[in-house]
Design a protein. Structure first.
Length: 238
């Protein structure tokens, strides 16, 4: 397996693949998606700044995916940006013939894995469970999203207090948007935001708030693990 870091402006990603050609395909997909997004924001800057769902005037797939996910989760479209860019990279990997590929875009993961399970570790800052456990994602046909939002780790804007909220979905854009939406609102003793999740679009949620955890839906198996912080795709690893 090949692991390669890829940096381009705000995109700080780790790409996993079996073939160098699939790594190149992932980069093409990421760059094309970023270019389409930047072109659209240049003519419609409100798309970049709004915290509310927004209907854009665009036929670009990444813009459509971000806006649709934002409408479902009740957040602004940029809440889905990292997962959507990762998804664009995986799309290109699949077109290039990949049956395995993972893009971790700053904690927002899009992946395809037809032939093997994949372990995804949990990084939740100073929370007790951080870097001590992993989800075992089973092999499955199709693209999936595993996206994490945090109020205490990383540079992303959050209105919440959770150390990590991880959302599982067959749609990486929706996983990313919901991770933000849930992280903004979940509190210890108040998990009402979980009651608003659309079960047709999300399969499971795992939230870490200090020493407290919350679960919703069906989660992949959880196993003990030692998570290597050096493998985390984040700006403070530069």
């Amino acid at each position: 397996m090949i692991r390669e870091r890829f940096f381009f402006r705000e995109t700080i990603a780790s790409i996993l693949a079996d073939d160098p050609a699939h790594i190149d395909a992932a980069k093409r997909g990421i760059l094309a998606a970023r270019q389409a997004l930047e072109r659209y924001i240049a003519k419609d800057p409100f798309f970049l700044t709004t915290f509310e769902p927004y209907e854009p005037d665009s036929d670009d797939l990444i813009i459509i995916r971000m806006a649709e996910a934002a409408a479902i989760a009740g957040v602004g479209p940029m809440a889905a940006v990292a997962g959507s860019i990762a998804w664009a990279g995986i799309d290109e990997m699949v077109l290039a013939g990949a049956s395995f590929g993972v893009i971790d875009n700053g904690g927002d993961i899009a992946m395809v894995s037809y032939d093997r399970p994949v372990r995804v570790g949990v990084h939740a800052g100073t929370a007790p469970v951080s870097d001590r456990m992993a989800f075992v994602i089973p092999k499955k046909n199709g693209i999936r999203g595993i996206c994490t939002s945090s109020a205490t780790v990383g540079p992303s804007i959050s209105l919440g207090v959770a150390d990590a909220v991880t959302v599982f979905s067959d749609n990486p854009s929706i996983a990313d948007a919901y991770a933000t939406a849930i992280c903004n609102r979940i509190r210890i003793g108040d998990r009402s935001v979980l009651d608003e999740i659309d079960p047709d679009n999300v399969t499971g949620v795992f939230a870490v708030l200090g020493g407290h955890t919350e679960q919703w839906g069906e989660l992949p198996p959880i196993v003990p693990a030692i998570v290597d912080e050096g493998l985390i795709s984040a700006g403070d690893r530069l």
